[in-house]
Design a protein around this ligand. Sequence first.
Ligand code: ADP
Ligand code: ZN
Length: 727
Amino acid sequence: MSKDSPRRAVVPVLVPMPAERPYSYAVPEGVEAPPGAIVRVPLGPREVAGIVWDGPGEAIEPKRLRAISQVFDCPPIPDDMRRFIDWVGHYTLTPPGLVARMALRAPAAFDPEPLIEALQATGAKPERMTAARSRVLELCAGGFPWTRSGLAHAAGVTPSVIDGLYGQGMFEKVMLPPPPVVAAPDPDHGPPDLTVDQAEAAEALACKVGAGGFSATLLDGVTGSGKTEVYFEAVAETVRQGKQALVLIPEIALTQAFLERFENRFGARPAEWHSDLPPRMREKVWRQAAEGRVRVVAGARSALFLPYKELGLIVVDEEHDPAYKQEDRVVYNARDMAVVRANMGGFPVILASATPSVESRVNADTGRYQRLALSARYANATLPELRAVDMRRSPPARGAFLSPVTVEAVARTLERGEQSLLFLNRRGYAPLTLCRVCGHRFQCPQCSTWLVEHRFRGQLACHHCGHSQPRPDACPECGTLDHLVACGPGVERIAEEAVSHFPDARIVVLSSDILGGTRRLRLELEAIARGEADIVIGTQLVAKGHNFPNMTLVAVVDADLGLANGDPRAAERTFQLLNQVTGRAGRSGGRSLGLIQTFQPEHPVMRALVSGDAGEFYAREIAERERGLLPPFGRLASLIVSAESKADAETHARALRRAAPPTDELSVLGPAEAPLALVAGRHRFRLLVQGSRRADIQAYLRQMIAGGPKPRGSVRVSVDVDPQSFL
Ligand code: ADP
Ligand code: ZN
């Protein structure tokens, strides 16, 4: 480089890699690359898209300094979004580059959408008029531009008719911006007729939107109380203010009914964002959210990382839902991060649930969040009458899983021409297969789990690593033929039992194993809502947000299932899930019944469900968390050390433990072999870091990891701050 070459500006660029810091790049002369700009930069042998970050670039040797190769013609990633990316990286101990990667998930969207060619009538008259021609020209009379194929379709003519007219100078070509993915929502399209309670809550929310600034509100209302109707009013106010709104919904891909309700209220659908979206659509939504053309997004957790131009509200529906926790790569809870995002953006966030998480409940109790309560179901819809079925007193027949009480209730429901739901959160036919002669149990060769029988497919499958093998006829251990038994129930087995009782009923089994994926599942759910099934047997997929007007009986086959593991949130989870499941019944008036099959009817979870009084249950859970210094009263993080050999994993975990700096505020538990000790051939050890809310747990974890040995060979360390899973 010659001495008098011009000094070039250097900027930091965050690249979508596990980079702890932005890298420095030169800005070519005459090029503008302000913070937030999306740029293409060379990285090693390739080029990647990154974001120009804040502050001056780190000084590096001029020889190694490479230049930005392109600044995309794209709205910059806004300031609050950049701070959010840094914050999430810091909080979850993830390199910020990996967080940025989530915001850059639509590479083709960095270039503007191409304009589309359209035809506009010039007003000239053709020499010869035909019926077809006059239909075409009539449509164009107002000067409104049409695409060639759109016009042909609307006029019911072949495109050659259009071409003929064009040839005679009846049209001129104009270039139009691509159409929006969804029409603009109209906040005054279909205003609801709210009840007094609903109107009060809606008013309070609209006021928060109107006032601007950060606020967090817990919208706490029983299932069917109209929480959606109420938060729609906050969305409407946001749209009126000229801001964008985001509604987070677990399983959005399955809840098409939500989109219809939104359309009834706003005259247009929200833009959807989830992993099932076709790539072209993802790109459009990304781009149009960045340009501010999309005003409302309904999405899964990752919608939090879209580059909204002017976000003004986030709603987290079913805020307690475990689906908000992402467990791979960037381990974060979208519910919590939504609150952070709103705080940074200075706008309101609404958390809605019939069974709020203990964390949110405490935040509402202490006044950190405002609470708005809706205590009654809308209109004549009454909550189902809930009853515990004591399985010790009304046991099922041998080899069966439905109590006579449940079978009888299903029979009555069938007689009335209404629907029943049998809920069991277990896929497949049976969770364990063993040999009756030698006791051999079928275990996954790569995981410490039993193989689940899927009788329909004739397979034994592992739900952790995906391993699957045909179900043999003979025991691989002792060779005896035809003596393998299935132990315990899955949904397929409950279906078999239901068929034996009700051979003429229309029975549907729904789980994520359904062939045909999300699309098929959606169709099935819609069919059920139309009444095209008598008995539905399903996993938690059927519990989420669906409205089955004719469903008047919900029976939980094994209410104790979720309570057995060593998870401190087991009781809370079970309560939330079962409340949501039984809430599927009786949503359109009339009597309905929820049956809870349990061996422990006196358990606090069952008592809270049956009595409908959650207060006492929450009080106990909260007291227990407080005593144990668990979130939200304390800090908690887990470290999973895994490796291909057990010794490597254990040695590394012990070394990390030794590297933990001494402090009074935090303590380290473990390492202990994780409950799932082996997954996909990797041995797992777990450390828990726990302690006072005042402690800086992130700094502590960083010290621990920095002070420990570098992971070598197959060793991996993954950090989970505020873990939800303890397996
Ligand atoms: P939640 O979200 O609290 O479970 P929803 O908002 O889904 O409750 O409301 C339950 C049902 O009641 C829905 O079918 C909804 O359309 C209806 N509903 C609630 N409030 C009203 C209202 N004010 N006017 C008309 N329908 C309502
Ligand atoms: Zn496995």
